[in-house]
Design a protein around this ligand. Structure first.
Ligand code: ARG
Length: 458
């Protein structure tokens, strides 16, 4: 396609290092879509005749059918998906194929194709995050009253409701959706028609191609149009942060599914066995989601480092933008699907969670608060007295609620029998009705609000 200027052909190494077809064939649908929009515009502008435009359109449709049926052929000498399509078009329709590349370059072509691809990936991510949020909300509804221990430093801190814990992830994921939506808005400009870097002398209509491809407008600067990969980085940044949230959720499931916790039974469909230990039931899917986060962050890093130091406009380094974004999107799609399945299909063991919440003197804060409220102690003093009572219970090997009143009063005479009312885990969560708190009643309010908000934003 560009051989006119050369006496000899490229070496085998040149061909191999240059070839992007092994991976950019994934762009074939978007490449053909963009070419259809381009040829329609060339015809409308009188740059290509109606007959040639019809032949090109028809040829592109046949190529799409071929690729749909048999995949994209991989010929390294054709370098990339753009030349592969054009070469096949020439085989099918002859010389008219050569008119398709009028007033465009592979530089604006690849930028356009990839934008279309990333836009689709963003829509998939938005839908995948939403599906996971729905699964979390359904479990929240089931477990608004289910008591579990809440941790700080992975030490039992205060009793929680499981619904409250799950709602925390709904919030993280809501920020992810907003990041993806934001990335999509910023990517909503079309590079096509920027040509190699400087624009073109042909009387093209960039607004028409932008509109035909579903973009709000053409990119304003042709140099920026061919050299910008912010739209890929925006997607990858959103993907990395989302993957990070999925990894944290996955880690909770790994912990909760281990026998000492025993909080959850993962769905069979998302567990694996061991080839040697027959009793094993491993949370491989959750572990892989946790692992995939590292790879997705690596994809982001990879492209950031590729882009740093590139002068305007296009450089071939930018061909390396595709493997990381394809990899990251594939991993993210899978991770979202795995976590949605895991959340929806897990059965939580309320008995085990409640028993764990009873351990670790989780209601000690309630006791201190009671001393402030009912016995008039300053909080610091209440904290100190409660600490002594915890030590007493720990030495005796009993729960706070099982300390006899006389022993408590020996510690502080202002304590009376009313204290026992606040020492149960149920009482502890029920009291935490502050905005965003863990009380079942407040969790139900948050759940309804989250559902309303999600329905509103789609
Ligand atoms: N395969 C190339 C890429 O992915 C297409 C653009 C090639 N442009 C060029 N001037 N060689 O970036």
């Amino acid at each position: 396609m560009w051989g006119g200027r050369f006496a000899g052909g490229p070496s085998a190494v040149m061909r191999e290092i240059n070839a992007s077809i092994p991976f950019d064939k994934a762009l074939w649908r978007h490449d053909i879509t963009a070419s259809q929009a381009h040829v329609a515009m060339l015809e409308a502008q009188g740059i290509v005749s109606a007959d040639d435009a019809a032949a090109i359109r028809d040829g592109l449709r046949r190529i799409a059918d071929e690729y749909e049926a048999n995949g994209v052929p991989e010929d390294w000498s054709l370098e990339d998906i753009h030349m592969t399509v054009e070469h096949r078009l020439a085989e099918l329709i002859g010389l008219a194929a050569g008119r398709l590349h009028t007033a465009r370059s592979r530089n604006d072509q690849v930028a356009t194709d990839l934008r279309l691809w990333v836009r689709d990936a963003t829509d998939r991510a938005l839908a995948g995050v939403r599906a996971l949020q729905d699964a979390l909300l359904d479990q929240t509804e089931r477990h608004a009253d289910t008591i579990m221990p809440g941790f700080t430093h992975l030490q039992i801190a205060q009793p929680l409701t499981l619904g409250h814990h799950l709602l925390a992830y709904v919030e993280m994921l809501e920020r992810d959706r907003s990041r993806f939506a934001d990335a999509r808005t910023r990517a909503d400009e079309c590079p096509l028609g920027a040509a190699a870097l400087a624009g073109t002398g042909f009387p093209i209509d960039r607004h028409a191609t932008a509109q035909a491809l579903g973009f709000s407008r053409p990119m304003r600067n042709s140099m920026d149009a061919v050299s910008d990969r912010d739209f890929v980085l925006d997607y990858l940044q959103a993907a990395a942060q989302c993957a990070l949230h999925l990894s944290r959720l996955a880690e909770e499931f790994v912990l909760w599914a281990s026998q000492p916790f025993g909080f959850v039974t993962l769905p069979d469909a998302l567990s694996t066995g061991s080839s040697i230990m027959p009793q094993k039931r491993n949370p491989d899917a959750a572990e892989l989601v946790r692992g995939h986060c590292g790879r997705i962050v690596g994809c982001l890093t990879s492209l950031m480092v590729t882009m740093k130091g590139l002068p305007l406009a296009y450089s071939k380094d930018m061909q390396d933008d595709k493997p990381p974004v394809f990899e990251a999107a594939g991993l993210l799609d899978l991770s979202l699907a795995a976590m949605a399945g895991m959340v929806a299909g897990s059965s939580f063991r309320a008995d085990r969670m409640r028993a764990a919440a009873e351990q670790g003197f989780a209601t000690a804060t309630d006791l201190a608060d009671w001393l402030v409220r009912e016995a008039g102690l300053p909080f610091r003093e209440a904290h100190h007295v409660t600490g002594a009572l915890v030590r007493m219970a720990e030495d005796a090997g009993i729960a706070l609620a099982d300390l006899p009143l006389e022993r408590m009063q020996a510690c502080d005479p202002r304590i009376h029998a009313g204290v026992y009312a606040v020492l149960s885990v149920e009482a502890s969560v029920a009291r935490r009705t502050s905005y965003g708190g863990t009380a079942p009643e407040e969790v139900r309010r948050q759940l309804a609000a989250a559902r309303a908000r999600l329905d509103e934003t789609g």
